[in-house]
Design a protein around this ligand. Structure first.
Ligand code: GLC
Length: 633
């Protein structure tokens, strides 16, 4: 071979091997360990790219250009923020993918992570299965059920292209006057700890050899979860939302903290900080608890996310001194900031503070390391774009049946027949004529409550698909039974019709967060009047649809049977299953049912504990088959 040809050949070989080496990018190599991939990527990132990763913006401002220009790391849907009314799973997938393509077109192609509040099923999405809110799920005391609910929810969320949910809320609600009490499983932290089994349902079972505190997300049918709101959100004075939790350290650690240990042990990927304060110190600025305790003592290695405008609310009024808020929040240990709109101000302020060294570069690197760890664990680098393969999971029959089972296990029977009388429940299916009444009998929006389709929830039956309690009753009774529906009949109507019995469904209308704070906890009008007019003229079952215990003592002597149904969600059939004896009541209160609001706060274990119904109370019934079976069977 001529020398010249040989030299050319060598150059080609060298250049091709040089090309091969320069083409190789470790962080893109799935055969590398996550930590090695993070190290490689972090070393390549500019300050702007790092701070972009710490920025979460709302979908309304998340154009592909914004994603690219600011290297945005995350996008969310706020409550009710959807691509279109009644958007299909495909429309969701297309929206998420469009935003993702903006991120993938950046210099390093780091995928963004999209988050949403799927807090009782995929509740923003039309036709999704709406599970009972946590206030009812805590009654089940059934971790296996909760895990299944997590599995079902993860599939429906992934069906819309989303890999991250701001759930579960593991608040320990200590005062039902709190507008978010229905997001809490119980006033008893042990029940809340039990319910953290929803996390492996959402994320997958963490491998037994996983290092402590490492986030885990196991595959395309699983999502990253978020334990919230750290810490003490359910302990504020008078239940005032976002207010101050006054409790000593022992109380904080024994009541409000235990479920975080369970969540971390189960590999929870993220933790959201609470708006509330602990003994006057804003949690969003609490370095001792966020960094000192959660990250260092508990060894949490996922990322910490702020709440919506959470750093703005460090000051009062909010956004009073945003530079201070940015410094306080990021220095406390917040890794990702749910801005969600003024992202340019956030990025500018944080960049300036790193450049003038009032925020250490090591803090930024720690935050980005944690964010990248979750993204690698969630498989976003290998599969950043979603497909439509899970679309048929949204609202599927299997999930609705699971939700129906959850409804059955969440109901609590508080009274069944007046003294010395035959129990009213199970109700006879075959009757001459029955009355169904009440503001909540035929209202899917009311039975789903807040955080359903819209942030504050809705009224009516066309918000999504589901089964109202009225339609469930109609489909359960014998065909010969005449069902009369009258939302709010007067006494004369009831007494003149001589009904075999009446089912009265009343309660609270939907609310979320501060809008739900209440000092009187009364049943929404005309509920009390409906109870009075009916239960004085016919044997009545009152079913209460509420996010918490409500004032019921003034009416209880007139009521024959009383059911706490909480916020059952889309599958109202679960209520009829119990009323008519297809299944027996098993639920036991996970919250104290007070006599009067003057007693509040009042929790199990208190010295002065004089409830109408205590935690653990719940009457049971047999199924109709059992009831009909001969005594010795
Ligand atoms: C809300 C809630 C939080 C939710 C977040 C995003 O204000 O406090 O629970 O995850 O904003 O919607």
């Amino acid at each position: 071979m001529p020398l010249a040809a040989f030299l050319v050949l060598c150059c080609c070989c060298c250049s091709s091997s040089a090309v091969l080496e320069s083409d190789y990018v470790k962080y893109k190599d799935p055969s590398q360990t996550v930590e090695d991939r993070i190290d490689d990527l972090l070393a390549r990132m500019t300050l702007a790219e790092k701070i972009g990763q710490m920025t979460q913006i709302e979908r309304k401002v998340a154009t592909p250009d914004v994603m690219r220009e600011f290297s945005i790391g995350s996008v969310l849907s706020g409550g009710g923020s959807v691509p279109a009314t009644r958007a299909s799973p495909q429309a969701w997938v297309d929206m998420v993918n469009d935003i993702q393509k903006g991120s993938l077109s950046t210099r390093l192609g780091i995928p963004m992570i999209y988050g949403i509040d799927a807090v009782h099923g995929h509740n923003n999405v039309y036709n999704a299965t709406i599970f009972p809110h946590n206030v009812g799920l805590g009654v089940t005391r059934d971790p296996v059920l909760l895990k299944k609910i997590g599995e079902a929810t993860a599939l429906e969320v992934r069906a819309t292209g989303i890999p991250y949910v701001f759930a579960p809320c593991i608040a320990v609600c200590r005062d039902p006057r709190w507008g978010r009490c229905y997001e809490s499983y119980s006033e008893d932290h042990r029940i809340v700890q039990m319910m953290t089994e929803i996390i492996p349902g959402l994320q997958g079972d963490i491998p037994s050899n996983s290092p402590k505190g490492v986030p885990f997300v196991g595959g395309k049918g699983k999502v990253a979860a978020c334990a919230k709101h750290f810490v003490g959100d359910g302990g504020t004075t008078k239940g005032i939302n976002e207010n101050n939790t006054v409790i000593d350290e022992r109380g904080l650690l024994t009541v409000h903290m235990p479920a975080y240990l369970d969540a971390i042990q189960k590999g929870v990927a993220t933790v959201m900080v609470s708006y509330s304060s602990w003994n006057g110190e804003k949690m969003h600025a609490n370095r001792g608890l966020v960094t000192g305790f959660l990250k260092k003592k508990l060894g949490f290695k996922g990322f910490v996310i702020s709440d919506w405008e959470g750093i703005d609310r460090i000051t009062s009024p909010p956004h009073l001194n945003y530079q201070y808020s940015v410094h306080a929040g990021v220095s406390a240990g917040i890794d990702m900031v749910m801005v969600p709109f003024n992202y340019q101000e956030f990025i500018t302020d944080l960049t300036a503070q790193v450049q003038n060294k009032t925020v250490r570069m090591s803090r930024i690197n720690d935050a980005v390391r944690r964010i990248l760890r979750v993204k690698f664990e969630a498989g976003l680098f290998e599969s950043p774009l979603a497909d439509n393969s899970l679309a048929d999971k949204v609202g599927c029959r299997e999930h609705r049946e699971l939700a129906r089972e959850a409804v059955r296990k969440s109901l609590v029977l508080l009274k069944n027949g007046k003294s010395m009388e035959k129990p009213l429940i199970p109700l006879p299916r075959r009757a001459r004529k029955i009355l169904v009444a009440g503001s909540h009998a035929d209202n899917l929006g009311y039975q789903c409550g807040g955080w359903t389709i819209e942030w504050q929830g809705l009224t009516g039956n066309d918000l999504t698909s589901g089964t109202t309690i009225l339609s469930a009753i109609k489909s359960t009774v014998h065909p010969s039974t005449q069902v009369v529906y009258n939302e709010n009949p007067d006494h004369g109507f009831v007494s003149s019709n001589n009904f075999d019995y009446a089912i009265v469904v009343v309660g609270e209308t939907p609310y979320a967060e501060t809008a739900g704070d209440s000092l009187n906890l009364t049943i929404t009008e005309p509920g009390p009047a409906t109870i009075e007019s009916i239960c004085g003229a016919a044997r009545c079952v009152v079913v209460v649809i509420s996010g918490r215990p409500v004032v019921i003592e003034p009416y209880i002597s007139k009521i024959d049977a009383l059911v706490a149904a909480w916020l059952p969600g889309s599958e109202g059939q679960g209520v009829a299953d119990l009323l008519f004896g297809d299944y027996g009541f098993t639920g036991r209160l996970a919250r104290t049912w007070f006599r009067t609001v003057d007693q509040l706060p009042m929790n199990v274990g208190d010295i002065h504990y004089d409830p109408l119904f205590p935690v653990g109370f719940g009457l049971t019934t047999r199924t109709v088959n059992e009831a009909d079976a001969p005594a010795d069977s």
